[in-house]
Design a protein around this ligand. Structure first.
Ligand code: TLP
Length: 371
């Protein structure tokens, strides 16, 4: 049984920090720690250099305004809001939808619960009500058991938060039917539903549907341009005009009001327009990696379950902990982090190609066969 204790992530890697400008990387380094590690493309850098800017706290940055409008259009919503990070986007959504003292239902391995510095309690004043699922997929039948009956002696449920794709469940896609049922049933009870859609474009590509279709029923959606879409910084919230107006106030409260931030939003616009069309390559590379890994002794995963760009696999049969394996891989300039002592994560992205994945597999094979 894999332990659920989350292992400390490896410290920043000095070798990895010396990658050259643009998208290039030294011939041998393969960084599979996250899709957050991508460098801006030359097109993004050009757009950043040439961006028209203004003071965004006054709503006067034309590039930010364009990015927010495009995000709202793409998701079929009234408005959008540019925020510095996915964590801040989720934090703002929690603050807008809930009151302190309420509960937020989420999946047990969810990012909002495990990797956001307890902002749910520290910043939103809410208690997590995590739901255990076999595969990371929240369903209404599981969620409804976690909803608190209205009673003067129980904290009320304030929000349900879903994640698509589900990061620590290996990039799993939340089926649109499951999402719609959660939203419809929650709405019937007067409960809002937020989507942590950090990688919702990956989900859309895997499903062959638009992000608009697969997120239509959620009250708010956060998505990141800084993950698979390859921008250096930033995330967006989309929702109704009323939600975004309040989110803008909350962003300022949290210190997230930025000024001539069009220099960053410009890269986000390039990412939003151009990158979804190439995400299928990351998915193909992840599947290639998964198939190679599954064939190695001591490694356990089902490659058929890898449908986007994240692979979480069990290494306990190798006789090494994930941290030990990670340290050995690092010596060969293959970077991947442990999730728990028994499990490891690899993430494909724009700055690793098929050859890089094959090299990672070759190094991995040497590591596990050496013992
Ligand atoms: N995820 C990071 C780490 O924090 C684990 C990564 O490398 O995958 N929602 C989801 C589903 C995420 O995966 C992340 C980042 C966030 C929110 C937060 O985004 P940022 O890092 O921009 O605050």
């Amino acid at each position: 049984m894999a332990s659920t204790r989350v292992q400390q992530e490896s410290a920043p890697l000095p070798g990895a920090a010396r990658l050259p400008e643009g998208n290039g990387s030294p011939a041998t380094a393969v960084d599979l720690r996250s899709d957050t590690v991508t460098k801006p493309t030359p097109e993004m850098r050009r757009a950043m250099a040439e961006a028209e800017v203004g003071d965004d706290v006054y709503g006067e940055d034309p590039t930010v305004n364009r990015l927010e409008q495009r995000a709202a259009e793409i998701f079929g919503r009234e408005a959008g809001l540019f925020v510095p990070s996915g964590s801040m986007g989720n934090m703002i959504a929690m603050r807008v939808h809930t009151r302190p003292g309420q509960e937020i239902i989420c999946e047990e391995r969810g990012h909002i619960y495990n990797y956001e510095m307890a902002s749910m309690s520290a910043i939103a004043g809410c208690l997590a009500r995590p739901v255990r699922t076999p595969d990371g997929i929240l369903t209404w039948s599981l969620v409804k058991e976690a909803i608190r009956p209205r009673a003067f002696y129980r904290a009320a449920t304030g929000l349900i938060s879903c994640e698509n794709t589900h990061n620590m469940a290996g990039g799993k896609v939340l089926p649109p039917e499951a999402a719609n049922e959660i939203c419809d049933q929650a709405h019937a009870l007067g409960l809002p539903v937020h989507l942590d859609g950090a990688r919702v474009f990956n989900a859309a590509v895997a499903l062959g549907r638009s992000v608009r279709e697969i997120t239509a029923q959620f009250d708010s959606v956060m998505f990141c341009v800084s993950k698979g879409l390859g921008a250096p910084i930033g995330s967006l919230l989309v929702g109704s005009r009323a939600f975004i107006d309040e989110a803008r106030r909350q962003r300022k409260t949290l210190g997230g009001g930025m000024r001539q931030v069009g220099v960053i939003a410009a890269a986000g616009l390039v990412a939003l327009e151009k990158s979804p069309a190439r995400l299928h390559l990351d998915h193909e590379n992840a599947r290639l990696l998964a198939e190679g890994l599954a064939a190695l002794p001591g490694i356990r995963l089902d490659p058929a379950e890898v449908v986007t760009n994240i692979i979480v696999f069990d290494v306990s049969g190798t006789g090494m902990t994930a941290a030990e394996l990670s340290a050995r891989l690092k010596e060969q300039q293959v970077y991947a982090n442990g999730v728990t002592p028994a499990t490891m994560r690899m993430v494909t992205h724009a700055d690793v190609d098929r050859a890089g994945c094959l090299r990672a597999l070759e190094v991995m094979e040497r590591m596990v066969r050496r013992r």
